[in-house]
Design a protein around this ligand. Structure first.
Ligand code: EPZ
Length: 414
């Protein structure tokens, strides 16, 4: 699938923001902690969530989708995640902690690296070993077995996925745990809140030190998936790139603070309740220095969006990517085809903004693909963005959403 984008249109209008991919995947992984029914509201209709559902169904979970509500229940018949499904998405790793906690064993094909980096799982597995779990690597599979025992464990890096897995492993552990230097992303906080609703005993929610008192059993619950802050940033980026005006509803402005702080000096941004209204009549004159870091600092998932906004600005921006070792170079090379002036040295891109022209470009990862669409919307002329299958992993229908705002995007089978 590819997008044919006639750039230069000013985007105006209003869009609701749907549920967050990275929240949905974490909460789906946590449903393995109980056989009772867990109901998830506001579940996005995106490829990664569909694949996570297939993975859980292949392991025995009964999952019924009714619009954007999911019902998940039943026990796992198998604690061996079939490679055919587990390798479809990295989020499959998020069944590790919950399977160990409830079934005391799991065999999982290691999801492996992807376009943005090696993405090892050493922190996940080191934390489980600290809980007394036996971890066995067999080629590209990891097998874990044992009953988690409460522990005091400090993550060497505030990994989102490792935090989520260790939280799930600790809630049914024997004894109490203290998890230190954990991630505090909104998606992690949502998981902590749902676990409490399922009967877990957790304190320190939203902080980087979580105390957990292991309980014997968790019960079902219902929970609303939080709005997707990366999708929200993507929509706002399109407004900035096309000097438009966009209002987002059903979002959480407080989850976008670092991103909005970068845009605020250049645009009019108003946040009220669950809405954000942004208008960008002038082309920004560069964004200064941006460094990606764990929440609440500038999110790595918004870096590709920022690279495109910097490329089509009229000033200098320096972007340093500190989380993923390969999340800059590909998009910089693709943006060069559009005339962008970007010099990449190591994990730093120095961008001299200028007007861009249409080109044929290829997406290699989810957020990078969204970034290329943003650049194409800003460009004079027609662009082709290939690799839309990457974009569909995290966006329900990005072309449709932008066309609702006045863009001219045609989807075509590649
Ligand atoms: C989650 O990935 C998100 N994915 C990513 O979003 C996001 O970019 C990332 O967090 C950072 O915010 C989901 O939630 C499904 P990490 P995750 O563990 O958990 C290193 C998207 O586009 N690391 O916080 O895999 C790792 O290599 C995706 O929605 C280890 O070294 O990210 C990376 O450099 C892309 N060892 C850094 O930590 C480990 O055991 C951050 O990774 C784990 C991680």
């Amino acid at each position: 699938m590819e997008y044919i984008i006639n750039g230069g249109k000013t985007l105006r209008g209003e869009l609701p923001v749907y549920g967050a991919k990275n929240c949905a995947l974490a909460l789906l992984g946590a449903t393995v902690l109980t056989d009772d029914e867990v109901i998830l509201f506001n579940c996005p209709n995106i490829v990664d969530v569909s694949n996570m559902i297939k993975l859980l169904q292949s392991m025995g979970k009964v999952i019924v989708r009714n619009g954007d509500t999911l019902s998940v229940k039943g026990e796992l018949g198998s604690v061996c995640a079939p490679s055919a499904y587990a390798t479809l998405l990295r989020g499959s790793a998020l069944v590790l902690g919950s399977s160990i906690a409830h079934y005391h064993r799991i065999a999982l094909p290691l999801p492996g690296g992807c376009a943005i980096g090696a993405r090892p799982m050493d922190i996940h597995l080191d934390g489980l070993q600290a809980m007394g779990i036996d971890v066995l690597y067999e080629s590209d599979m990891v097998s874990c077995a044992g009953i988690p025992v409460g522990t005091d464990y400090k993550l060497r890096f505030a990994s989102v996925g490792a935090t989520e897995n260790l939280l799930c492993a600790s809630v049914l552990a024997r004894g109490n745990s203290v998890l230190r230097n954990v991630a505090i992303e909104p998606e992690v906080v949502a998981l902590e809140q749902m676990l409490v609703r399922m009967g877990a005993r957790i304190s320190g929610i939203g902080t980087d030190t979580i105390s957990v008192e292991g309980v014997r059993k968790l019960h079902g619950a219902d929970f609303a998936i939080i709005p997707d802050r990366i999708v929200a940033a993507t929509y706002l980026s399109a407004a900035v790139a096309t000097r438009g005006e966009v209002t987002l509803t059903h979002c959480r402005p407080d989850h976008l603070r670092a991103f909005l702080d970068v845009l605020q000096p250049h645009c009019s941004v108003r946040c009220y309740g669950d809405a954000i209204r942004l208008s960008a009549p002038e082309i920004p004159c560069g964004y200064g220095e941006i460094v990606t870091a764990p929440y609440p600092l500038f999110p790595t998932d918004m870096q590709s969006l920022m690279l495109s906004l910097a490329a089509c600005s009229r000033g200098k921006t320096i972007i340093r990517e500190t989380l993923f070792e390969n999340r800059l170079a590909h998009n910089a090379a693709e943006l060069h085809k559009m005339g962008a002036d970007i010099v990449v040295s190591g994990n730093t891109a120095t961008v001299a903004g200028k007007s861009l022209h249409g080109a044929d470009v290829v997406a290699s990862d989810l957020r990078g693909g969204a970034g290329l669409v943003i650049a194409a919307l800003a460009s004079d002329g027609t662009s082709t963005v290939r690799g839309v299958e990457h974009i569909d992993r995290g966006y329900a229908d990005l072309a449709l959403d932008f066309n609702k705002l006045g863009a001219d995007i045609v989807c075509k089978e590649a």
